[in-house]
Each structure stands twice: as C-alpha cells, then as structure tokens.
Design a protein around this ligand. Sequence first.
Ligand SMILES: Cc1cc2nc3c(=O)[nH]c(=O)nc-3n(C[C@H](O)[C@H](O)[C@H](O)COP(=O)(O)OP(=O)(O)OC[C@H]3O[C@@H](n4cnc5c(N)ncnc54)[C@H](O)[C@@H]3O)c2cc1C
Length: 668
Amino acid sequence: MNTFIHYHTLDLRVHDSPSIDISHSPNNNSTHFLPIYIFDSRQLDLSNLPNSTIKSPLPISNKSSENQVKETDLEYEPKKTRCSPLSRLSGFHRTSPYRLKFLLEAVYGLRESYRNSGSDLLIAFGKPEKILPKLIEALTEKQGKIEGLYAQREYSLEEISNYRRVQNSLKQKGSKLEFTFNDSKTLIPPQHLPFKPETKTPDVYTEFRKKVEGLGIGLNEMLLPPLQTAEIDDNDHLKIKVNDGELKPFPNINLKEIDLNEGDGGFVLEGDELDKIEGLYMKLVKPLIDNPPKVGGWSKEIQIENELPKLNNRSAIPFTGSEISGLQRINDYIGKEVCSGWKGGDKAKKYKETRNGLLGEGFSTKFSTWLSLGSLSPKTIGWRVGQLLEDQGRDKEVYKNVYWILFELLWRDYFQYTVLKTSLTDSYNNKKTIKNDEIHPNSSLFNPDGFSSQISTYPQELRPNPSDWNKSNLNDTNDPARRWCEGKTGVPFIDANMRELIETGWMSNRGRQNVASFLTKDLYCDWRIGAEFFEMHLIDYDTCSNWGNWQYQAGVGNDSRSSRQFNPIKQANDYDENNEFVKTWLPEIRDIDEQYIQTPWLTNDKSKFNDYPSEPVVELPSWKKHYPNQAPTRNRYGKDGKPKGKGKAKGNGNKGPKGGQNTNNIDV
Ligand SMILES: Cc1cc2nc3c(=O)[nH]c(=O)nc-3n(C[C@H](O)[C@H](O)[C@H](O)COP(=O)(O)OP(=O)(O)OC[C@H]3O[C@@H](n4cnc5c(N)ncnc54)[C@H](O)[C@@H]3O)c2cc1C
C-alpha cells in the first residue's frame, strides 16, 4: 500500500483539485488516496463530543467543571493567543451557529462527493499535529509507504502555524515526510505574479491590479483553466473524474486500532448519530447555545432541535454550504455553455450596476461564502467569467459589468498576498520569523496599528495612534462599541446592517464598509472589536479579507489613501432610498413617519419607537446637510458609488468624538 494523503483545510472541494490530479497522473506511484479533514480544537469547542477529553474554553459548560479551562491552561487562554475558540481581545466565540452549519455542510458535502465516487473522507477531531503523525505512523507500520502529504498553501498565520506544528511533530517522530503545498488559494497563483509576493506586493491595490492585469495579453494569460477533477452528473451529484476513470481506493485502515486520543489529541467520527450532519451539529452547537455571546446573542432562528437551523426568510443568502451548492450558484449567476449556446448569466451581466445593493440574493455573487472554505476555487469562477466574456464578444456594457467580478476577486488575492508580505514580519522587532508552535502575537495583521506600522512610505502624520482611541467596556450595555455590536446605535442604517449580520451571518459589502467606518471613525473605537465580531458571525469569514478590510477601513492598513469616512445618513439616502432595507431589519421603527426613518431622532412623535433608541449614540455635524428637508442630496451618487456629476465628494473636516483620527478623512 502506498498512500497519497490529502489534508483538506480551507479547500473543501473535489473540483479543481491539484491533489486528485497529481495522485492520478500516470507517473504517480500511489496505490491509495486518503483525504482527511480535522475539526481543530483550537477553532471549535469540541468538549461536548462523545470520547472527547478536550476542555471547554467556555465558562459554563454542560460538562463537569473539571472539563473547563483553567487560567494556567495557556493554550486556551484567549487573551494570549488566537489559538482558542474565543477571540483574543473581546473573548467572542470564533464561530457562530450559522458559521458552524455552513462549515458542516461543506465537510459533509465533501464526504458525499468522495462517497459518490467510491471513496470516503476521514473526519477527525482534535489537534492535527497529534492526529496526522499517528495516522501516518499506523499507515507505514505494516510496510506501507506514504507517497506524499499534500495540502493547500495558506497565507494566514494560524493556518501556517497549523502546518508547522504538524511538520514539527512528524520530525520529532523521526519521519522525513514533508508537506507538498499546492497554490490554488488565489485566482493568480504566486508563481504567475510578475513580482515576488512575499517581498514585493505593492502597498496600494491599484498598483497590484495594474501589474497583475499587465501579466500578458489579457484574459487568456490571467485566467487559467481549472483542473477537471469533478463534474456534476445527471442526478445532480458531484462525482470525481480522474484519468483512467477510477479514483484510487481509500486505504484499508482499522481506525479502532489506532489510538488517536493521545492526551487531548484526537478522535474520529464514530456512531450513527454522528454520521449524520444533524447529529454532529447538535453536539457542536450545544456549547454555543448554552453560552450565547454576552454581546448581541445569536440569531432568533437558532434553537436546538434535531435539525439544522433554518435560514432567516429575509436572508440574502438562501444557500447551503457545500461545493455543489457553490457550483450551482456559478451556473446561476454567470451561466454556462450548453449545446444551444450560453445559458444563464443575466445577473453577472448587471453585476457592476447592482453590486452595491442591500436586499435579495442577486445583487452580488455571494461567492465569498464558498470561497472562504475553498468549496469553490477562484480559478473556476475566473475561468467561467472569461468564458462568458468570450461568449458575449465585444458588448461593452456586458464587459464592464462582468469584468468587475474579476476586479473584486483581485482584491481578494491582494489581501492574501499583503498578509503573506506583512504578517511573517514581527512588526516590533522586524524579524522575519514566527515561532513554530504558535501565532506570532506581534503579527501586524492583528496589531492595533496594523500594516501601517510596517510601511515606511506611510506618512507619519496619518498613522493612527491607538492610545487615542476610546476605551470600550463591552460589559456595559450603554458602551458605544457594545451598542454597535448589538445594532442599537440609534442610527438605523448602521443598526439594520448589524442586525442582518447577527440574524443571518451575512452583510453586504456596502454595509460592511459603513459599519466599519462608523465604529472606527465616528465612535473612534478599536477596529479589532469589529474584526472579531465579524469573525464570530460572518459565514464567509476569511482571515486575510476580514482583517485586511478592517484595517483598510480603519485607516491602519497599508494604503494611506484609504482613510475614508462614510456618512451613514448620506449613504442611507443613496443606497436605501425607499427605506426598504432599514424597515426589513428594524421592524420596531417600521411605522414611524417615513421621512424620518433614517434619522428617527428628528421626529417629534416618539410613540412608535418601541424599544429603539430615541437618540443616536453620536451625531456628527457633517450628517446634517443630508437630513430630510435639506437641499436635495438624494441619489447624488450612482449605484456604483461614483458621483453622478463631475464633482468629487469634498472633505468635511469631520472630527469625530475625539478630534478625528486622520486629518484627511473624506466624507462619502
Ligand atoms: C470590514 C469588512 C470586512 C470584510 N470581511 C470579509 C471576510 O471575512 N470575508 C470575505 O470574503 N470578504 C470580506 N470582506 C470583503 C467583501 O465585503 C466581501 O468579499 C463581499 O461582500 C462578499 O460578497 P460577494 O461574494 O457577493 O461579493 P462580490 O461583490 O460578488 O465580489 C466577488 C468576490 O470578490 C471578492 N471580494 C469582493 N470585495 C472584496 C474585498 N473588499 N476584499 C476582498 N475580497 C473581495 C470576494 O471573494 C467576492 O466573493 C469584508 C469587507 C469589509 C469592508
């Protein structure tokens, strides 16, 4: 037996799979293919699973107090390391019940694809550095060989550290086996970039984009075809496709004979109850339900029943997590070639015009939800976009709209490569090292002053000073940051977005920009509270995109020109012209006088406020010119966010509660 192991991390798919491709190429000597996924106890509370000896990081648990975290247990001490199911600064859960559901759907979907193809997915729980070496040891014991240990290359520290821990542990056990990484995380793989991303990723996105787009003669050079390793069959099942037609068999291993449970090491999925997604979900969600976050709570739809939680019927993401659902979304949004021509794609053809929308599933692609877990590969999306563009010939309008999807996917690549460039540097000591077994606490991705601290060209006077920020006390129900989290700032456009996040695990890009600006520039709070809150809830949470975008909005990213301050009243006027979005998510103020829905504190009649705050947590002078009955400002901006006329938005000298963060904030 010669086993090819693929360790699935954030690549929960079988289509466009380099490992399936390589392991089934004619010169590969493997006889068996073993795909494995590990639920990591650093990310999820696994204490409620049968067989688990893992301690709960949560203060109250359904398990006995012996099984709870002790102060001395550094690994779970949330303040010192990100390697915990609780966040470092605010102690938020790192995963919400919705995110958990989406993850489980992706993992079980992956297993189904393997099973449809005559194989299986090994699902284990615990610490990868304990589980993988044990497994490898067991596989080699009876003169078996390991052809290779494969995984997707990641760019964020926690993921890199995970691989390093496994590698170290293998070394300690005397194994010479090393990871082979594939570069399928990004649309443009690192080797195809015209610069070394680890040192030369430009500090400004536009420069990055221009360099990437200048790769060659347009799309053909930029968009490479995905690997044809799976296809959807006539019964809507995803099946693996390999050269000679047969997927190499799953190795014959008796998991019961392998003691994965070394210390609090790990264990595998056993028993009918856990074999079903609902069974595992109930076990994993219980600690979350028993310990709802003190700030904001969980969606009202989340209850423990013997089924997965229903999605809110107002949700912009009526989707399930899983590769097949992602692939179907591509078919729906971008369309595909069929014998009679191109089928579908109407949404993509309007993408640039609609992408700033707030309600419904069609205004933007929603691909981020599947991209975050690797259930869709960016290459697959890019390739399909290229095909649609080719099909549409020279139609300029279509080109402008459809091409913009690539423009946005390049933003995603940009954040991955920026993190690669900056995060491996200890921003305080400027050493290009991180310890092998933990996240470097000084990684600038998680530091208050962010990437800006590492960029020599970032003007000193624009650098934020974290010591000036307002201190937050999230235990105080009146604390501005807490009111922000809970959607109770009294500014409806902000609150509606935050309620949508809690209720569905989703928020539009327009919403994310606005609420981030509000927390950091209007309330002048530490941006990391927002980043951690998003991490807890967003079902499309991606370390690089989330923390990178938060830095960008907070003005601590690497681009000193990014210090824009969104004016929530103006934004509401521009993007929620009919107040539909606010009325959807804030039913309590639905009945107040229509003209005051975005500025309820201005109405004299407070009788229809229900529990909604009668005064906003902050009111900035720059908002006033956008109040009702002021000179008309509605729709001065087009749906693409650009001014309709020639004039640009002018700086308004907003100072914010503490005198303003940057001197050049622009009001948008
Ligand atoms: C404060 C803040 C936090 C964010 N956190 C995340 C996050 O955790 N995960 C995440 O995927 N995106 C994040 N974004 C980026 C962006 O909001 C989402 O990618 C986008 O809203 C996802 O919706 P969509 O797939 O319909 O996007 P579309 O508009 O359809 O865009 C297509 C794809 O391009 C990529 N993309 C678009 N905008 C961005 C961007 N600004 N940065 C990086 N990639 C982008 C996404 O992969 C997206 O799926 C964040 C943005 C902000 C302002």
